[in-house]
Write a protein of this length. Sequence first.
Length: 433
Amino acid sequence: MTTLMTVLGIVVFAVGLLISIAWHELGHLSTAKLFGIRVPQYMVGFGPTIFSRKKGDTEYGIKAVPLGGYIRMIGMFPPGDDGKLAARSTSPWRGMIEDARSAAFEELQPGDDKRLFYTRKPWKRVIVMFAGPFMNLVLAVAIFLGVMMSFGVNTQTTNVGTVSQCVVPASASTDKCPKGAKDSPAKAAGLQPRDKIVAFNGHRTPDWGALQQDIRETTGPATITVERDGVRKTLHANLIENQVAKSDGNGGYVEGEFVTAGFLGFTPANGVVQQSFGQSVDRMGNMVEDGIDSMIALPSKIPDLWNAAFGDGERKADSPMGVVGAARVGGEVANLDIPPSQRIATMLFLVAGFNLSLFLFNMLPLLPLDGGHIAGAVWESIRRHAARLVRRPDPGPFDVAKMMPVAYVIAGVFICFTLLVLVADVVNPVKIS
């Protein structure tokens, strides 16, 4: 049964991956056709074609390796300086440029001179290239909000999990009470596990974040209203200052950092809680911030990733993870000892996280990513407007093909990084259980 559930989890993630890729390429396809650009191919996957059908002037198909997708647009790059495709050069760098330019004009047909990508205004090209990542962002937001507002998320609640027996600084290396330690204010007040704190000093406590902030801002006498076995009780506590873990502002903690604040002395219980629209939007904002921070931190994580793949290093929970690793996590999710509804929610979160990563990654202003083409179109617009202001001749379209040698180098770096992540995902995978 465990093997079957693992396979099922991997298959479900793979289907979610294919849908996400097809959805991304649909954004490019629909906007390209909207602006009259000819698109010979719309493909999900790479490698040999296992199914295809031509409709209109576009071939739609699925390829054997579900690790990406693409559409081919005619005229992605402008012709050479003489207005024609340049002859093949013996220079390797020049050859790269000409190969890219030739590929952009493959299957050129009569009448295509008015259906070329590069002939569209820069703002239209920006829309076409942005539409793909934007579709992933839309899907990620829809899934995240839907899951948080319907299934709920596992989060800290205002229910009491455990009560501290004594006052111990958060930086102490032991949870045991040292000799002569004072009872915690929570214990002295009679707070018990499973109590639900509904008000603190007369203020309603809608969530753990609000309760945590109220506690940390208070020293001295305080009233705590709890629900215990369906009956409301008012407890009286005398809060003190103590060293506590620094809050991240959302009810969580900043690892390894401490502050002095009001101390009551209990640990909140976790539970699955449906989120309001506002709470869901706040969490989405935090996820985007975390995603951006993770993208920036990628280079710094390569040494640990290398040690995890080829040494005896530990694979950290925040280590970069590829499609193989994510699929393995999908298999783990299917085997988690949690209610089926939470397995579904966790799997949907995994797919949504993948889509959010696709959006952020593709928005990097580097070729061959979508963000690189967007940057080229924006730069062209700036050049043309500047020339108009100073009454100089129109400089014409920006030749993105000249950036292809750099794009090949960047693609090479991406491929090496992807292979490193793949090895790590196979020999030392990230585990959520």
